[in-house]
Ligand binder design. Structure first.
Ligand SMILES: NC(=O)c1ccc[n+]([C@@H]2O[C@H](COP(=O)([O-])OP(=O)(O)OC[C@H]3O[C@@H](n4cnc5c(N)ncnc54)[C@H](OP(=O)(O)O)[C@@H]3O)[C@@H](O)[C@H]2O)c1
Length: 287
């Protein structure tokens, strides 16, 4: 019998994971919150569901028979607000974790949760690993870290759960390199000295597949090899095309959420996973 896999949040990443696993023979359940996306979802998965984690009385029955579950939710409304973040990563994750814990089946279930390497916050550009204390001072990071803890509390005899901390996502339809180049010659009101982390969408798909197959537990950074500051990255991208550099600030705006860390992917490499796309500068085709 085919393995049954569920994707909560068939957005940019979730849809790519669903497509990949379905073509690999999995029976797919997928969810979106927006009924207008149901037609699209019907083409993508075997069992489409409208599901909004955190909604009162939300039905978690779709989790009962799954072997694997990817949680790839993020706020998607165009009117982004702080409380929407809270509703997805606070109340939403809590509700979903309760739903997983109260599933009727006791068959083994593996859960992968997509978090963000942004939780390391301001490490003054230092190298950081999964053991590095993350930034609890930003309210957003505190919320994301609490969501990770809730997910990891699922680990029991019959449930294994892991957290993948992603860099900023680029890939098909998300051409971050072109976006950065489009700021050539302009001032961008962000600190150009800060180092960010990145990951290609197709390596996230491979990473989720790997996590399920290896039944990974715990926290893993899923980032590519690029450890450049915003300024170094934009200079490299603009130089390549003979463009004027992007102009960055050298300070943080008051209240801005800072991410400045060289995030290591060595833990995933140690367990056998290496990203295929080393950075957006290489833009290697993914086989
Ligand atoms: N984008 C980045 O650079 C980045 C960086 C680090 C980590 N991440 C993480 O990577 C994951 C995937 O990101 P993405 O770019 O694929 O996101 P996305 O395209 O915005 O998709 C998010 C999905 O979550 C669904 N959703 C929203 N609220 C929900 C709720 N309360 N309950 C259930 N589903 C809900 C949305 O439903 P609808 O389709 O109906 O709107 C959508 O399908 C997210 O967990 C995000 O936090 C992203």
């Amino acid at each position: 019998m085919a393995s049954r896999f569920g994707v909560v949040g068939c957005g940019y990443v979730g849809s790519a994971v669903a497509t990949h696993l379905r073509s690999a023979g999995f029976e797919l359940t997928g969810t979106v919150t927006n009924p207008a996306r149901l037609g699209e979802l019907c083409d993508l998965v075997d069992h489409p569901r409208i599901y909004k984690a955190g909604d009162q009385g939300s039905d978690h029955a779709f989790i009962d028979d799954l072997d694997g579950l990817l949680i790839a939710m993020a706020p998607t409304s165009s009117s982004f607000e702080e409380d929407q973040y809270q509703s997805v990563f606070g109340a939403g994750i809590s509700d979903l974790v309760n739903g997983v814990q109260s599933r009727r089946s006791r068959k083994p279930l593996h859960v992968t949760y997509l978090s963000s390497a942004g939780v390391y916050g301001d490490q003054a550009g230092a190298l950081c690993h999964e053991q590095t204390p993350p930034d609890e001072t930003s309210s957003t990071n505190a919320l994301l870290l609490e969501a990770e803890r809730r997910i990891l509390s699922l680990n029991t005899d019959d449930i294994q759960a892991c957290v993948l901390r992603l860099g900023g996502i680029y890939g098909p339809g998300k051409d971050i390199a072109s976006f950065i180049r489009s700021a050539s010659g302009n001032l961008v009101p962000k600190n150009g000295s800060h180092i960010n982390a990145w990951i290609h969408r197709d390596d996230i798909v491979r990473g989720v597949d790997f996590a399920f197959n290896k039944r990974l537990q715990g926290i893993f950074n899923l980032v590519d090899e690029l450890q450049l500051s915003r300024r170094e990255l934009s200079n490299a991208l603009c130089d390549e095309e003979g463009l004027a550099p992007v102009i960055w600030e050298n300070h943080d705006r008051p209240g801005a959420r800072v991410f400045n860390a060289r995030v290591s992917n060595s833990r995933l490499k140690e367990v056998g996973f290496t990203p295929r796309v080393s950075s957006m500068l290489e833009s290697l085709p993914v086989a």
